[in-house]
Design a binder for this molecule. Sequence first.
Ligand code: ADP
Length: 634
Amino acid sequence: MSSADEETPFDAYRERVDRPLARLFRTYGRERLGWFSIGMVANFFARAASLLPPLLLGIAIDSLFLGEQSFSIPLVPDAWLPATTTAQFWFVILVIAGSFLATALFTWIYGVTANLFAHGVMHTVRVDCFEKMQALDMAFFDDKQTGEVMAVLNNDTQNLERFLDDALMNSMRLLVMTGGIAAVLFHLNRQLAVVTLLAVPAMGLFTWWFMRAVEPRYVSQRSAVGNLNTRLENSIAGIDLTKATASERFEIGRVRDASKRLFDDTMAVLKLSYLYRPGMELLAGLAFVSTFLVGGLWLTTGTAPGPLTGDLSVGDFVVFLFMTQRIVDPLAEVSNIVDQYENAKASSERVFGLMDISTGIEDPDDPTDIEPIEGHVTFEDVSFAYDSELIDGDDERVLHDISFEASPGEMVALVGPTGAGKSTALKLAMRLYDVESGSVCVDGTDVRDVRVPDLRSAIGYVGQETFLFDGTIADNIRYGSFEASDEAVREAAKAAQAHEFITELPDGYETRVGERGVKLSGGQRQRIAIARVVLADPPILILDEATSAVDTETELAIQESIERLAADRTTLAIAHRLSTIKSADEILVLEDGDIVERGDHDELLDLDGRYAALWSVQAGAVDFERRAEALAED
Ligand code: ADP
């Protein structure tokens, strides 16, 4: 299978996008049609003006220098032209100077307007892509496609910009130059024009061949770029593991392979491009040589060579040679235009591929208003599978007919082995995914009937990992409650037992954290997450207890602040240390997506089943720790 046929995970999400470039113009070009039109018109005049100097040179040679013809300019009535030779000479000089000036002025105008158009479109595309990405379900991010999304946001928008700016303007130039030159040449000498322009159909054929040959290579190259980005991103994210297992060589090898694939694919494209470009120049050179040969023979012998008839003036011959030279540049640009066109087509396919991904989790058409939320959470016969398409019997399901209820202010705890489905159940409560069957309700309303932001802002979440955005501690606590005052932030931090360590940091609440700031320990991060929730003050709390060990003192502090946080809120908690949920109103023991035991702590101990076994192991461990500590003290 060639690499072009390989499907990246991203491809699975993108539907076939029809005529992506036309869609780009429809969707984003319309509102900037003004700039686009001005740019095109200015470009037209710039190029048209640049054709005047050689044309006037030819006229000057024949009528002023050789005196063989009367002074006249195509499309201009003779009555408008000066009568004396001196005046005619100055007139020619003035028009030539004027046309250089006009070319410069119009080039400037089209440069500015074309860029306003191209960069304006790209700005909107970038923001729209990001907005779309923010709206996507967790299911999209589960596949860790952030590398692909970054490629769309950076590389693809850049490709489009290059196309909208360079390629479109160069196409216009190509049209004006070839059209204008052909018109001038045919006007001057039809027969010699045919000789000169014979190369053009050959160039067209050559270009057609090139486009067909290069397209699959471009597709492959684009996918190699995405592949390398994903690889790099993944490698950087996993650097801890790589170092810990001394697997740097392995990681370098993987990146080298991905980079080599991009190198190979790029070379495959370039090998063709570098064949194409000189090929085009060769054809243009051929046109020059045959014009020189035929025109030169015509002039030196004084009669038309071969089947040709009529006269050729020296001035016209010079114009022909100049114009043939001028045709090389825009035609050689065809390769670039094709490059940029192919790139832009692939890129806009990816842009719209991202835009077209359907979001499963959306606001209902007619949302139920549930505010103020009391916090009554019910799960009724909830079944769920991550990939609903894969369901083939009950085996693929992560949860099977789960039912439980948490009244306002109550705590329901989920315990059980990893992979039992505890986190999944909590994600369903936040509607990060939709249930496959059954229902999750808040205050008696199905979460699918509520506006998503209404639901999520009613829930506070403290997870195993706390991500800190680049910014200050205060910014991070305020994340989600952006209007909160400094005083409120402090109060929240105090309630979360975070105030003390924050004030000990170099800049207190204004200390920068996150990627480019100071590093905080897991326990400290967690207390910031708790402060964030205290500040937001939601009626429902979801806790996914960290498995990572923190020192006993920190653990106590965290435990205390969580208890305070949970006191008057409905709380769904995953616990690994059973001591933390001893007082829960109901404890559910999950195994392979089934509730195998349920009840409060005492009831479950009486049952003497799995919970009781887990408890005795952990209690034993606690005893063991205590004994070890006592021994150490002795
Ligand atoms: P727990 O929290 O009890 O450890 P989880 O709810 O995380 O269990 O996982 C339950 C099952 O669902 C596991 O088999 C896990 O592999 C699977 N799973 C978890 N998250 C995803 C996901 N994003 N995509 C597919 N499968 C998942």
